[in-house]
Design a binder for this molecule. Structure first.
Ligand SMILES: Cc1cc2nc3c(=O)[nH]c(=O)nc-3n(C[C@H](O)[C@H](O)[C@H](O)COP(=O)(O)OP(=O)(O)OC[C@H]3O[C@@H](n4cnc5c(N)ncnc54)[C@H](O)[C@@H]3O)c2cc1C
Length: 358
């Protein structure tokens, strides 16, 4: 196990930490007065008060795990403080430079899977060193107008353990995607991109036209723990189809794991490793229907049920409201996330306080 320590001297530090913990009871334990403890498969951190300051000890099962814990702590504390605090870590692991969870990747193949989905295969150097059970990555696309002899500028770790992204002419298009398949023997991963028309440069547009040899960056994978419960219900639109597909494949024997998935029509359905109720928009614009929440409302909860949902922002809010207010499922028995938001580009789909590590 690797260890690193830091100290946060900020009058609002403990309040920020308490709010961080209160928003993530599934990962973090602790009372308003502290101490707090976060535990994830790749590591964790302990935070305790020292007068007005916070003492933080991060642990990781390997350099990537430790780097994730530093990143999760600094990102969330900055978010809750709404301030760019600097931290100085002492102990194991690098505190600046190329993140151990960054890879420059190259497209090796691309094919249309269904009318709405493009599968892109990437060659990933040192794939074995990455935490391949984790689901999500940040895909980084270099600017299109760069001269061919000018390599992309990739993100770096700062001394605080945060990520610093290139800006201006070097700025990257950054989007969150799910690793659909991993092939460790070939050193390749596959990502399934939803093809959606938009006038702006987009990752979906890039996937539709990319060619073998094209270069991108990957940060991660991280996050997206696969729910384990006697009964699991997975809901999502096509952006969550890759995540749901992996979760169905990872379901333990004896678990009743089923899915409800919204797509445009029968041609967008895929063969998955578990029972699926397919919902069809039939030409309605993505993100404008209430199909998912209506399908949820037709079912009944049970004491052993875990519900997972990933979809457009409005649908996510409807689903979360139903799960919490009507079904009254406790926080540790559901996870709902906005995977995208109609009319909004990039990572703004998520509500504040729901950023992901990958
Ligand atoms: C944890 C996580 C995992 C994800 N996994 C996947 C995945 O495996 N595959 C996948 O395709 N997506 C996935 N997404 C969703 C994806 O990140 C967003 O759809 C993202 O906005 C796509 O980026 P873009 O550059 O193509 O479009 P953007 O530049 O972000 O958006 C441009 C415009 O297109 C709209 N738009 C964005 N996505 C869609 C859509 N799906 N349908 C219709 N309109 C859209 C936006 O509202 C905006 O108006 C995931 C999201 C999260 C948070």
């Amino acid at each position: 196990m690797l260890h690193a320590k830091t100290r946060l001297d900020h009058p609002q530090g403990a309040t920020a930490m308490f709010r961080f913990a209160a928003d993530h009871p599934e990962y973090i334990t602790g009372t308003e007065a502290g101490p707090w403890r976060m535990q994830l498969p790749l590591g964790g951190f302990d935070v305790r008060r020292d007068g007005a300051a916070l003492l933080v000890e991060a642990t990781g099962v390997n350099p990537i795990g430790l780097s994730y814990m530093k990143l999760i702590f600094v990102d969330h504390i900055r978010e809750y403080l709404a301030e760019e605090v600097e931290l100085h870590w002492q102990g194991d692991g690098q505190s600046h430079g190329v993140p151990p969870f960054f890879r420059e990747v190259r497209v090796t193949a691309t094919r249309r899977l269904t009318p709405s989905m493009q599968r892109v295969t990437f060659a990933v150097p040192d794939l074995h060193d990455l935490p391949l059970d984790e689901l999500h990555v940040r895909l980084l696309l270099p600017p299109t107008d760069r001269p061919a002899n000018l390599p992309p500028v990739w993100p770096m770790l700062t001394a605080s353990g945060a990520l610093s992204f290139p800006t201006g002419a070097d700025a990257l298009l950054v989007r969150v995607y799910t690793i659909r398949h991993v092939d460790p023997a070939r050193g390749e991963v596959e990502i399934d991109f939803v093809l959606h028309p938009t006038a702006e440069r987009s990752a979906g547009g890039w996937a539709a036209t990319c060619r073998p040899g094209d270069v991108a960056g990957l940060l991660g994978p991280g996050g997206g723990a696969i729910p384990q419960a006697p009964r699991v219900l997975l809901l999502g639109d096509e952006t969550a189809l890759p995540a749901i597909a992996r979760m169905l494949e990872a379901a333990l024997p004896g678990t009743l794991c089923e899915a409800i998935i919204e797509v445009d029509g029968p041609g967008d359905e895929q063969d998955l490793a578990g029972p699926v109720e397919w919902l069809h928009r039939r030409g309605a614009a993505p993100g404008t229907t209430r199909l998912l929440v209506e399908a949820l409302a037709r079912r009944q909860p049970s004491d052993d049920l875990y519900v997972w949902a990933g979809c457009e922002f409005d649908a996510f809010r409807d689903i979360r409201r139903h799960i919490r207010s009507v079904w009254k499922l406790p926080r540790d028995r559901h996870m709902a996330a906005a995977y995208w938001r109609r009319g909004v580009a990039g990572e703004m789909a998520e509500e504040p306080h729901h950023t992901s590590a990958a």
